[in-house]
Design a protein around this ligand. Structure first.
Ligand code: ADP
Ligand code: MG
Length: 321
């Protein structure tokens, strides 16, 4: 029942290894995010799945069939990039019709399918406008409609929201996700934005240095990272040395540290960042009897608590890790 299987895929560009033995499975109807820092190989992997690049080693299976050597035109995917790549001289509707005409759909179906796709992204009212007359978010929705109009078997999105403003990005996260749910299309989205992956994905595949480090549900990778890289890349974390010169570390998220009355270790507030609902404090532990002595720790506390304790730079604060 796996829809897509990537098996032992490597990609070398001369001496450089862009993908090193990458394997994962994806179920039908799943929304998968490839998450990792810039340069870790996400786009390369997406291009190989699309057939735009050939792997140096490994196989791609769709519904159990080896498609590794199939050309892109025979893979039936829709793809959306960060840049909207719309024809500037064609209206929203004509941009979508263009792809359908290229695929030799009958004339009547071209109009019908293009309108249907525009309706799906809620843009029927701007069908006759040129890209320049549309906002960035609208242009990206036209790109998405263009990809979906061809009734692809799966959807590939390469950082589709990265060029948009924060507010628009948040709205489109939700819209893309609900379109996915309505039409149930298997989707792989590349992103370097951990919050985007956490909010949108059924499954997150965390990559670093050409390899998969961990894959799991958003709550699995957030709450049970299997590697310090994952803990640090997804969210914020404190690594605390338990013993000097010991390699074991304790990792604790800033939101899991509590401010206590007098039973905790004493710390001094060195920095205070207002983040709206919370404050992010940087504290230094000063309790000399503690092995944590002099460690710097990020602590998140509710704005409410910060106000009632009147916390500012220099405040002293007992905390419990
Ligand atoms: P990401 O999408 O995660 O930012 P990419 O997959 O685009 O990363 O690239 C991974 C690495 O492979 C980068 O270091 C990039 O420079 C290199 N790379 C990608 N495509 C090519 C290519 N055609 N030739 C040489 N190196 C490439
Ligand atoms: Mg990329």
């Amino acid at each position: 029942e796996s829809f897509l299987r990537v098996e032992g895929v490597s990609k070398h560009f001369d001496q450089f290894t862009a993908l090193n033995h990458v394997s994962f499975d994806m179920k039908k109807n799943e929304f998968v995010c490839l998450l990792g820092p810039s340069g870790c190989g996400k786009t390369t992997l997406l291009r190989i799945i699309a057939g735009l690049d050939q792997p140096s080693n490994g196989q791609i299976y769709v519904n159990g069939k080896d498609i590794t050597s199939l050309p892109p035109a025979k893979r039936n995917f829709g793809i959306v990039f960060q840049s909207y790549a719309l024809f500037p001289n064609l209206t929203a509707l004509k941009n979508i019709e263009f792809g359908l005409k290229t695929k030799k759909y009958p004339k009547k179906q071209v109009r019908e399918k293009a309108l249907e796709a525009l309706e799906l992204v809620d843009l029927l009212h701007v069908k006759d406008q040129l890209p320049a007359q549309l906002s960035g978010g609208q242009q990206q929705r036209v790109s998405l409609a263009r990809a979906l109009a061809l009734s692809p078997d799966f959807l590939l999105l390469d950082e589709p929201l990265s060029a948009l403003d924060a507010k628009v990005r948040e709205k489109l996260r939700y819209e893309i996700r609900s379109i996915h749910e309505r039409i149930g299309i298997p989707t792989i989205m590349v992103t370097h934005d951990q919050e985007e992956a956490l909010t949108m994905a059924d499954k997150i595949i965390v990559m670093n240095h050409a390899q998969i480090v961990q894959s799991g549900t958003p709550s699995e990778v957030y709450n049970h990272p299997n590697h310090p890289f994952v803990a640090d890349f997804i969210g914020s974390i404190n690594f605390i040395n338990q013993q000097p010169n010991e390699r074991d570390v304790v990792a604790i998220r800033p939101e899991h540290i509590r401010v206590t009355d007098d039973t905790g270790v004493l710390s001094t507030v060195e920095n205070v960042e207002f983040k709206g609902p919370i404050y992010r404090l940087m504290v230094k532990i000063i309790e000399p009897s503690s092995f944590l002595f002099q460690q710097q720790v990020k602590v998140d506390i509710s704005a409410h608590l910060a106000h009632s304790l009147n916390i500012k730079k220099g405040s002293q604060l007992p905390i419990t890790l």
